[in-house]
Design a protein around this ligand. Structure first.
Ligand code: ASP
Length: 310
């Protein structure tokens, strides 16, 4: 069984000045996840490593560089899920944690719960030794300037969402050599969101889902739309009925567009290593490593390949 990892850096209208850095960032994260898999690590370890790399890169809206809410604060959401057992951990509205995906994993492994939010998530972080950082340390100069320029939340869905607003969530899905799948998703949400707004990303079945008997998915896009159609689970329902991960992703994103006029993107992998990166926004930076090498893209129909130098 060959291991596969796929990562995304958010589905939106990525401006030209962020295009190269976004592609470089997803390629580096896919390489980070892939070296965990090649070293014999689990799919769960690989998605955490890949998402941490994206959270640490301020080009993306997760961890460092996250978008700001209406009050100009960072509020982060993340999820991680293990397809072996359906164990899942999530955090929402955390302000001062640099790698929320790691805190989500601690929720999964060290509590009886699936999601912790706000103050409770911070108290738990302290109790398990996940270090807090000053909230301002996560705010990039670029985001502060953009926030000062744009003071309203995205109103419409398709038109506004895919063309104008910053919201580049990150995510990863993987299958390891033993056939175990996992997913992880992490975000700062959508700029100018209300204080306390939680999107799809940390919600099980919406921002992500992983089940060894079907596959793993991580989603990005207009959170309220993704929540309404439970996008990650919807994609896997199509896979369960025998469709390819590519077709299942396309059909589900189309359903979201038709039913609630929502746009977004997803990455998916099956236990046999079949994978897809699909979006209905103008762009989504994505990268994948499979047995043939490193694949990546940004615009619709992109599918570039590089050999991996190990
Ligand atoms: N889905 C995220 C949210 O609504 C945003 C994104 O994926 O860009 O919080």
């Amino acid at each position: 069984m060959s291991a596969v990892i796929v990562v995304h850096g958010g589905a939106w209208s990525i401006p030209e000045h962020l295009a190269e850095a976004s592609v470089d960032g997803v390629k580096a994260a896919a390489r980070a996840g892939s070296s965990v898999l090649l070293g014999g690590g689990s799919a769960l370890d690989a998605v955490e490593a890949a998402v941490r790399a994206l959270e640490d890169n301020s080009v993306f809206n997760a961890g460092h560089g996250a978008t700001l809410n209406i009050d100009g604060e960072v509020e982060l959401d993340a999820i991680i899920m293990d397809g072996r057992t359906l164990a899942c951990g999530a955090v929402s509205s955390v302000k001062n944690i640099a790698n929320p995906v790691t805190l989500a994993r601690a929720v999964m492994e060290k509590t009886e719960h699936v999601m912790l939010t706000g103050r409770g998530a911070n108290q738990f972080a302290e109790s398990v030794g996940v270090a807090a950082v000053p909230p301002e340390a996560l705010v990039s100069e670029y985001e502060r300037k953009e926030w000062q320029k744009h003071k309203t939340y995205v109103t419409g869905v398709e038109e506004d969402f895919s063309s104008r607003w910053a919201h580049d969530t990150v995510g990863a899905v993987a299958v390891d050599r033993a056939g175990n799948v996992a997913c992880a998703t992490s975000t700062g949400g959508i700029r100018n969101k209300m204080v306390g707004r939680v999107g799809d990303s940390p919600v099980i079945g919406c921002g992500g889902y992983a089940d060894n008997s079907i596959g793993a998915v991580s989603c990005t896009g207009h959170g309220e739309s993704i929540l309404k159609v439970t996008l990650a689970r919807l994609i896997l329902s199509h896979v369960e009925q025998g469709k390819s991960v590519e077709e299942s992703s396309r059909l589900s994103l189309q359903h979201m567009a038709d039913r609630v006029r929502g746009s977004g993107g997803s990455i998916a992998v099956s236990p046999s290593g079949e994978w897809a990166a699909t979006f209905t926004t103008t762009r989504m930076a994505w990268a994948a490593v499979d047995q043939e090498g490193l694949w990546y893209g940004l615009d619709p129909n992109d599918r570039f390949q590089e050999t991996l130098s190990q």
